[in-house]
Design a protein around this ligand. Structure first.
Ligand SMILES: [Zn+2]
Length: 417
């Protein structure tokens, strides 16, 4: 067999990355059975929190004026400010255009009314099928919050979840909300005292087991601030050590840590007001080393944490790092992170998740990321060929499958690590 030419390799990489269906391991999407929690369409796309911050900044609009508008008036304002009066250069703006373009709409018509008419004609179930096909996404992992009253009702009533969607038990208040969360838990039927005594910890465990069963959750997740330390003498460490980690071990479920968010840096921007900070990598290393029978997923929000997170993964076989989260989800940073991870971890990481909140965003988040993943993969396979290694089409396809789906699927697989 002759060695593959540079053109062949590049073609194989393109084909493999484009044709491999994605398992999207962290989103905020819901199937139609969740009613109003499922978000899609042009007004949702335009009022995405990334674009709220960008448009208020660009127009210097008083915050209260923005929040007093109806959602469609907010969308009108964002469209006018970022797409008509200025060039839509940011990644979040570009994303809206990629979505419209992928749906076959004429972005140059700049016709918000026409776009609205198009979306008004879609039926949620058919539209979901169409988006998943166009984005080539096979499986969507949700973020499910039993502390959210609207979502809790859906689960308690019983819901038939579309098999392409899988649940994740999101537990931020349970880890970070002491002592106040004791009241919420008591109201939900888990009698807890603020002191976190033994009886309370037993109720916390019952809460976790019952909700994991109800949701058939495939992992538990939390987002943590840069100030998070492990271990320490806080309730967070106690709940981790006495409830979360033992249950995750018993059930062989990963625990996902999304670290680095600084909530409400500007409260006037509401959900668009969060910022980030450099977090403590030694806490990540310690939680992995001190709990070797637990599996951990981790992504971090600050660019300054990315190199040390890759090193932590090298030292921690039970740590799977994933995705380019939120402020990292920009082409230049995705490329830098993917290259660095490939160079230090080979195949053993998950390059991307979408974090989509609005169904249509799957189209742009995956189109944009696939292009970068393919670019970096191609460079690395070309380097192997230059070292005399015979690159094959099968090898390239296997690597693309590992990155886009198999690494995660194997990591959450209940029977093996
Ligand atoms: Zn998220």
């Amino acid at each position: 067999m002759n060695s593959a030419s540079s053109n062949e390799i590049s073609q194989w990489v393109q084909e493999a990355v484009q044709s491999t269906p994605v398992t999207d391991l962290h989103t905020h999407l819901y199937p139609p059975a969740f009613g109003g929690l499922m978000l899609w369409g042009i007004d949702e796309l335009l009022t995405y929190h990334y674009l709220i911050a960008e448009s208020i900044r660009a127009a210097r609009l008083p915050y209260e004026q923005y929040w007093s508008m109806s959602q469609s008036a907010q969308a009108d304002f964002i469209w006018r400010t970022l797409f008509v009066e200025r060039a839509p250069l940011s990644e979040a703006c570009r994303g809206v255009l990629t979505v419209l373009n992928a749906l076959g709409l004429d972005v140059n018509a700049r016709d918000l009314k026409g776009f609205r008419e198009y979306f008004a004609q879609q039926k949620s179930q058919d539209y979901l099928d169409r988006i998943m096909t166009l984005a080539n996404v096979r499986s969507i992992v949700m973020t499910n919050d039993p502390f959210d009253p609207a979502e809790r009702q859906v689960w308690l009533k019983g819901v038939d979840v579309d098999r392409r969607f899988r649940a994740v038990l999101r537990i931020d208040p349970l880890l970070l909300g002491w002592p106040n969360v004791a009241d919420s838990l008591s109201q939900m039927g888990y009698k807890c005292s603020a002191s976190l005594d033994g009886a309370t910890m037993a109720q916390v465990r019952r809460f976790l087991n019952e909700w994991l069963d109800r949701m058939k959750a495939i992992y538990m997740a939390v987002s943590l601030t840069p100030a998070w330390r492990y271990p320490d003498d806080s309730p967070t460490t106690r709940v981790l050590n006495e409830a979360i980690l033992p249950i995750a071990r018993e059930r062989n479920l990963p625990f996902a840590m999304m670290i680095g968010v600084r909530r409400a840096a500007n409260p006037q921007l509401r959900m668009a007001g969060d910022s980030l900070g450099h977090a403590d990598i030694s806490s990540v290393e310690r939680i992995c080393a001190q709990n070797p029978d637990n599996k951990f997923l981790c992504t971090m929000l600050s660019r300054e944490n990315q190199h040390e997170l890759v090193v932590a993964a090298r030292k921690s076989p039970n740590l799977m790092i994933f995705g380019c989260w939120w402020f990292m989800n920009n082409p230049s940073i995705i490329e830098e992170m993917t290259r660095m991870r490939m160079e230090m971890l080979g195949e053993s990481f998950v390059p991307q998740h979408s974090d989509a909140r609005i169904l249509d965003q799957l189209l742009y988040k995956w189109q944009h990321s696939r292009r970068i993943i393919a670019k970096v993969m191609n460079d690395k396979f070309q380097d192997l060929a230059a070292a005399g290694w015979k690159v094959t089409r099968e090898q390239v396809a296997r690597t693309a499958a590992a990155y886009l789906s198999d690494n995660f699927e194997r990591f959450v697989e209940p029977t093996k690590r």
